[in-house]
Ligand binder design. Structure first.
Ligand code: AMP
Length: 139
């Protein structure tokens, strides 16, 4: 069973597609958090960012980079919040990588990514250093 986003790419269900190229596609979110809320996806199905081949990841970010100013200009936004819910625990509901581009306005009621996640976590210096070393060893 293909994802709902693959069905959009294949033209099986309607969507407001605003850009596409060989590798990626961008369309308006059906439940927008703000006017112009846009999703950018790879056309092929990958569930999470870590599943993306490097060349597709580059193309995906190139499309995000292209879309951000277009979205902001189209709705006269002051800024955008750009991000991925990457995995179920992070709130990802559609198992097909997608980047949210959400227009933001000086007086809107939205918070920051920090506020969505409840603010900073207390971390001892030793733990922070150990985590940094662990990440460094894996990249
Ligand atoms: P996430 O929680 O990050 O997986 O977000 C999934 C997003 O997909 C939500 O913002 C939905 O509103 C959006 N969405 C679901 N179905 C459709 C659809 N058919 N067309 C456009 N956006 C959709």
């Amino acid at each position: 069973m293909s994802t709902i986003f693959t069905q959009i790419v294949d033209g099986e269900i309607p969507a407001d597609i605003v850009y596409e190229n060989e590798t990626t596609c961008a369309f308006l979110d059906a439940n927008p958090l703000a006017p112009g809320h846009t999703l950018v996806i790879p056309k092929d199905e990958y569930t999470r960012i870590d599943d993306l081949p490097a060349d597709v990841a580059r193309e995906l970010f190139a499309t995000v980079h292209r879309l951000v100013p277009a979205v902001e200009d189209a709705v006269d936004a002051d800024a955008t919040t750009v991000g991925f819910n990457n995995g179920t625990a992070a709130g990802q509901e559609v198992d097909h990588v997608h980047c949210h581009i959400v227009p933001r306005f000086e007086d809107d009621a939205g918070g920051t990514l920090h506020s969505a996640l409840g603010g900073p976590t207390e971390l001892a210096d030793d733990d922070r250093e150990s985590i940094a070393a662990d990440i460094e060893s894996r990249v």
